[in-house]
Design a protein. Structure first.
Length: 227
């Protein structure tokens, strides 16, 4: 292992140790911002104050006309984000943003454990978000009478804001759905996965039409923010 990488990992472990102290509030701001432009040795760096490296696995990349590197997802492929306590929602504001070009329906991303969390997915060409906290599940989606944003074969920015008392789905900077939450999103060991899933995310356990199939296409950015 390179000396620079060892130093970075040591710094990251130290940050985790500080955040894990009893009563220590988790930091606010950008927690995850994958830097596809600096992929090296099969690792995607996290472009924030908190070092993290995500193994790219068997995923491929492509450079678009703007010379930006995109991460490609083919059928059956996924990206797992290594767990960090800094990436666990603590009941305050939590925002997940992904910009993607989807070719097919399927799971986009999820974060959670076996009981709680959220999932963003494309169904019938439209973006949906499901959130489960405590014993309640809500589904965010556009109302047909207000128009449906077609999300296949075009670039779309999906933003899911989970406040302590409500959740908001935003597409291309337009608020398209909002719903109250009966309990805030909070937990430990919440895992983030992009694309294909091994098992259904917790919010989709009762959806008889849900599958573990991930979307196919590309993403240009992935960010997670604590407010």
């Amino acid at each position: 292992m390179h000396a620079a990488l060892k130093k970075t990992l040591a710094t990251f472990i130290a940050v985790l140790a500080i955040g894990a102290q009893a009563g220590s509030p988790l930091p606010k701001g950008l927690m995850l911002n994958l830097d596809f432009q600096r992929i090296e040795n099969g690792l995607i760096p996290n472009k924030t104050l908190y070092p993290l490296y995500v193994p790219i696995g068997d995923l491929g990349t492509i450079t678009n006309n703007d010379k930006r590197i995109l991460l490609m997802f083919e059928y059956g492929q996924r990206l797992d984000i290594p767990h960090s306590s800094l990436l666990d929602p603590d009941g305050s504001g939590w925002v997940a943003t992904v910009r993607l070009f989807a070719i097919s329906n399927g799971l986009v991303m999820s974060q959670g454990d076996d009981e709680n969390g959220y999932a963003i997915y494309i169904k019938d060409g439209a973006v949906h978000a499901a959130i489960h906290t405590d014993y309640s599940t809500i589904i965010l989606k556009e109302r047909p009478e207000n128009g449906i944003t077609e999300c296949l074969n075009k670039w779309v920015t999906i933003e899911l804001k989970v406040n302590p008392d409500m959740a908001i789905l935003i597409l291309n900077r337009v608020h398209v759905a909002i719903s109250p939450l009966q309990a805030p999103l909070i937990g430990e060991d919440y895992r983030i996965r992009i694309g294909e899933h091994k098992t259904l995310p917790a919010p989709l356990h009762r959806d008889k039409t849900a599958t573990t199939t991930g979307f196919t296409g590309a993403i240009s950015s992935l960010k997670v923010l604590r407010k």
